[in-house]
Structures are given as structure tokens and as C-alpha cells.
Design a protein around this ligand. Structure first.
Ligand SMILES: Cc1ncc(COP(=O)(O)O)c(C=O)c1O
Length: 361
């Protein structure tokens, strides 16, 4: 028995990609599986996504792109975080497309036999070719050996529907497309929409959308429900179940004292496994379908759960977030972060298990 697991529901992943495909058809979907598919396991998840209609894959680093190819993913892959100083020969050999976020990157790919997508900065002011250099980069790549398949850009505030930023960026992106075509680039496939825009801005779909978070079943805009299925459940097994007397403290520094004689149990998850120490007092775990508060310090390897008059048997499953417990979004709200970060938290001694999909026994 593994003491700490993330259970990844591959049927949920399949449901989510099918829902997204349906929503944006006939546009294509580039499924973003960077950061090990947001901590769900890149190759396993990409296989399910490919089987259920993902047209292309997007990753951050060159290593992530190569991992997908080595894992048997044959669909087009785009990688967008790399340095012009890096050796890109292996990636080019694998037919992986490179995102081009600067003039230096454009020069690095110009004479290679590869496909590239130019990342234009439309206002995020992170990476991406600034508007002042668009023409120069477009002309350089028009006359180069590399083939430009399209433009892409990233939105700053699509998760805030009332922000004027998205419309501004959308217009700027249109301007980039117009200029690229005027410069003689064909750019058949352009993409701007991340998760919130994919769900809520049908006008920004272009030829492809580029969602990550919603593949994993999390809503990007608080309060909205699009029928996504959360894929990750983080659960531990109770190791110790004990009694405590009223007024006695538990865990380091005794920051919590039992309000009555009662019971507590210990779950083997701590900050070394990605549960932040600042979660203290904000987490409720579910055991046997009932929620109980985590109390006292979050330690490196363990937390304490106050059961009151209840008792639980060692070996019982304690859900930290996911199916049957707090949702990733609920936990994010409770500890002052976003669901993106919560699903990326489980690490350390956590063992990943898959259910559903092609792996079902
Ligand atoms: C360039 C780029 N495109 C798409 C995404 C997917 O974003 P989301 O998970 O909000 O859909 C990301 C993630 O941060 C990204 O960096």
C-alpha cells in the first residue's frame, strides 16, 4: 500500500479534451502538457489526449518535447522556452517545432530545416517579439530556410473577464497577423487562447486554441462551471490514530490545543511532499466521506487531523484534495493561491497512480 498518492483519472482527461474539442470545432486544440502535464504525468496524459482528439501538444522546454516524442507521441509538438545558446539539433531532428520569442531566437533557427511559430508580445510583457521588431523578424524568417507555420501570443488577464487587457491583446494579435501576411508569411495556424479564453472567448479561437488547466478539469475563472471533470486526487493513508486530552497541544510548538478529550490521527504528508506549511489551519481532509480539520504545524512528513469524538482506523484514506474532498480550487482559495499551483504541489514521497483510460485493468 502506498502511503501517499496522486490518483489521476484518465477518463476525466478524456472527457475534458472531448468537451474542449466540441466547443471550439472546427478549430484545432494544442493541448498544453508542460510541467509534466501540470503534474499529472506528461506521456500518460498526452496519450489519452491524443486518443481523444488533441491535434497538437505544447510544452515549455526542449526536454519536455523530447520526452513526449520518446514516449511515442507522433502529433506536432511546439516548445517555447529555450535559449538561443542551447543545442537544438536533437529537437529539430525529431520534427519538433520551436517557438520564436525574440530576434536572437529567429537568428538561431533561420537556417535550420524546421517549423517555427513566432511568439509575438501583445501586452503580457514577458517573452515574445515586441511590436517594434515584428517586421524585422517576419522578414528575416520569410527569407529563411525555416518554415513559419503561424503566430502565437499569451494573454495576461483572460481569467478576469472584466479586464480590458484581453480585447487590447486580441486587437494587437490581429495587427501582427495582418503585418506578417503583408510581409509575405503564410501563417496558416495562429493561436492566442489559453484556458479561460478557450471557454469564454469564442471570438479568440483563431485556427487553434492552446489550453492547459482545463484539460485537467480545473475552472480558470472562479465561480464558473463548464462541466469539466477534475483529474487529480491527492490522498494519504492514516498511519496513527490516538486520543488526546482537553488542553493538550499537538505537533511542533503546540500551536493548537484539543478543545475537549477526543481523538486525532496522523497522515503522512508534509511540506517535503509539497503541502505548504502555511496551509496550517486552512486544510480539511476527508476520511470516510466526512471532513476533518488539519490542526497544528504542518511538519516535513506529517500532519495531524482532529477527529473530535470520531475514530478512524489506521490505513483509512484521507483525501487532501480531489474526488470526495476539498477541490483544488477550494484549497487554493483557503491558502491564498490558485488551483494551477495546487495541482502542481504534490511531490516528494507522493506516488502517482492512474485509473481509467487505457490503463484500466
Ligand atoms: C505560452 C502558454 N500557452 C498556454 C498556456 C496554458 O495556459 P492555461 O493553463 O491557462 O490554459 C501556458 C501556461 O501558462 C503558456 O505559458
Amino acid at each position: 500500500m502506498d502511503l501517499l498518492t496522486t490518483r489521476i483519472d484518465l477518463d476525466a482527461i478524456a472527457h475534458n479534451i472531448r468537451l474542449i474539442k466540441q466547443k471550439v470545432a472546427p478549430a484545432q486544440v494544442m493541448a498544453v502538457v508542460k510541467a509534466d502535464a501540470y503534474n499529472h504525468g506528461a506521456v500518460e496524459v498526452a496519450r489519452v489526449l491524443a486518443d481523444n482528439g488533441a491535434d497538437q501538444f505544447g510544452v515549455a522546454t526542449l526536454a519536455e518535447a523530447l520526452e513526449l516524442r520518446q514516449g511515442g507521441i507522433t502529433q506536432p509538438i511546439l516548445t517555447w522556452i529555450w535559449s538561443p545558446e542551447q543545442d537544438i539539433a536533437a529537437v529539430v531532428k525529431q520534427g519538433i517545432s520551436l517557438g520564436v520569442p525574440s530576434m536572437e531566437h529567429a537568428r538561431a533557427v533561420a537556417e535550420l530545416d524546421c517549423e517555427v511559430t513566432i511568439k509575438v508580445d501583445t501586452g503580457l510583457n514577458r517573452s515574445g517579439v515586441p511590436e517594434s521588431q515584428w517586421r524585422e523578424v517576419f522578414e528575416l524568417l520569410r527569407d529563411a530556410r525555416a518554415t513559419v507555420t503561424g503566430l502565437f501570443s499569451h494573454l495576461a488577464s483572460a481569467d478576469e473577464p472584466e479586464s480590458p487587457m484581453t480585447d487590447l491583446q486580441a486587437k494587437t494579435f490581429e495587427r501582427a497577423i495582418e503585418l506578417a501576411r503583408e510581409c509575405g508569411l503564410e501563417i496558416p495556424v495562429n493561436h492566442l487562447a489559453n484556458s479561460p479564453a478557450t471557454l469564454n472567448r469564442p471570438d479568440l479561437v483563431h485556427q487553434m486554441v492552446r489550453p492547459g488547466l482545463i484539460l485537467y478539469g480545473c475552472e480558470p475563472i472562479p465561480g464558473l462551471d463548464h462541466g469539466l471533470a477534475p483529474a487529480m486526487t491527492w490522498a494519504g493513508r492514516v498511519t496513527v490514530s490516538k486520543t488526546i486530552k482537553q488542553g493538550e497541544g499537538t505537533s511542533y510548538n503546540h500551536t493548537w490545543h484539543a478543545p475537549q478529550d477526543g481523538n486525532y490521527c496522523v497522515v503522512p504528508v508534509g511540506y517535503a511532499d509539497g503541502l505548504p506549511r502555511i496551509a496550517q489551519g486552512h486544510l480539511e481532509v476527508s476520511i470516510g466521506g466526512k471532513r476533518y480539520p488539519q490542526v497544528g504545524r504542518v511538519c516535513m512528513d506529517q500532519i495531524v487531523i482532529w477527529l473530535g469524538d470520531d475514530t478512524v482506523a489506521p490505513g483509512s484514506e484521507a483525501i487532501i484534495f480531489g474526488d470526495g474532498g476539498m477541490s483544488a480550487t477550494e484549497l487554493a482559495d483557503a491558502i491564498g493561491t490558485i488551483n494551477y499551483e495546487v495541482i502542481c504541489m504534490p511531490k516528494g514521497r507522493t506516488v502517482r497512480q492512474y485509473v481509467g483510460g487505457r490503463n484500466e485493468a
